[in-house]
Design a protein. Structure first.
Lengths: 131, 177
């Protein structure tokens, strides 16, 4: 019985939702894969912010991140961040794939990583660490 | 009326790919928002879902194409160092901004923010596309997952919006040509 989304909209009853779910021929899927995608995306932005800040804080890291002379350290920052994002998503997906996770926890983790990531990419912040 | 190779790539990056993503956002948002069983019929929801899957997948791909062309094709022209003794920086936008009093911030703040925050957009848009493709019609009855997906979609748009706006303003101050 697909009765996901128990929070009702438009004054509908639980019976109405059950009817809609059946009519749509839904097979309920655990929210673990979505949780992994959401938290993984938060982590992806976090890695981007962390690498941006580390690039300013350390000349050694700055030089290591120059994967391409034309693009400069942005080449390393973006490639490493994307690899870490995909890795984080994959690692999170394995244990969460068939599980149902509390949405509250997913929101808290995702928002925290997103906020840290966005702050890390903000020039007025990462310039504070300029070596 | 001609565009140089560099101007063509800059236009493709910003005015074609970037704008397409930003313009398509409204459609994607409306599609996600309106996945409500009380608003449309079952057949209408199915048709809407197919359109939404195509839309968000295309948007994620366009976001990737936008940041990759921007970073790996246009950006090297922007940041190229002029040869020693150069006094005309017209072909070297970063140097032009840094050498022009009052315009330094377009690079030190504007481009420094744009080049990083832009990459958040395809990451977030890809997660949205995965959720829509994997869960499909379940988003119609799972309101919390739908709202979370909308939140991530808005964050992807905000990141692209900041990058796009700064890109347009920087191009006005010192175009890649």
């Amino acid at each position: 019985m697909a009765t996901m989304g128990s929070r009702l909209e438009g004054g509908r009853t639980a019976e109405d939702v059950r009817w809609t779910a059946e009519e749509l021929e839904l097979v309920e899927k655990a929210n673990g894969p979505a949780a992994a995608a959401l938290m993984g995306a938060g982590l992806g932005v976090f890695w981007l912010g962390l690498l941006t800040t580390l690039n300013e804080a350390s000349t050694k890291i700055h030089d290591w991140l120059i994967f391409d002379e034309g693009v400069g350290p942005l080449s390393g920052k973006t490639i490493v961040a994307v690899v870490l994002w995909l890795g984080s998503w994959a690692v999170l997906s394995v244990p969460l794939w068939r599980r149902n996770i509390s949405y509250g926890m997913v929101i808290a983790v995702t928002v925290a990583f997103l906020a840290m990531g966005f702050i890390g990419t903000f020039p007025k912040f990462f310039e504070l660490f300029a070596e | 009326m001609e565009l140089t190779n560099r101007e063509t790539w800059a236009a493709l990056h910003g005015m074609v790919f970037g704008s397409l993503f930003l313009l398509a956002f409204a459609g994607g948002l409306a599609g996600l928002w309106s996945l409500r069983p009380e608003w449309v019929t079952i057949s209408g929801l199915r048709e809407r879902m197919l359109r939404l899957k195509l839309g968000v997948t295309s948007m994620a791909l366009i976001a990737w194409v936008t940041v990759i062309t921007g970073t790996w094709i246009v950006y090297p022209w922007y940041r190229a160092a002029p040869p020693q003794g150069t006094t005309d920086f017209t072909d070297y936008p970063r140097s032009l901004l840094l050498a022009t009093p009052g315009k330094e911030d377009w690079h030190t703040f504007g481009m420094e923010w744009k080049e990083h925050i832009a990459w958040a957009s395809p990451i977030l848009a890809t997660a949205v596309a995965f959720i829509v493709l994997y869960y499909g019609s379940q988003l119609i009855v799972d309101k919390r997952l739908r709202m979370l997906t909308i939140g991530l979609f808005v964050a992807a748009f905000a990141a692209a919006g900041v990058a796009g706006l700064l890109g347009a303003l920087i191009t006005k101050a010192a175009p890649v040509q």
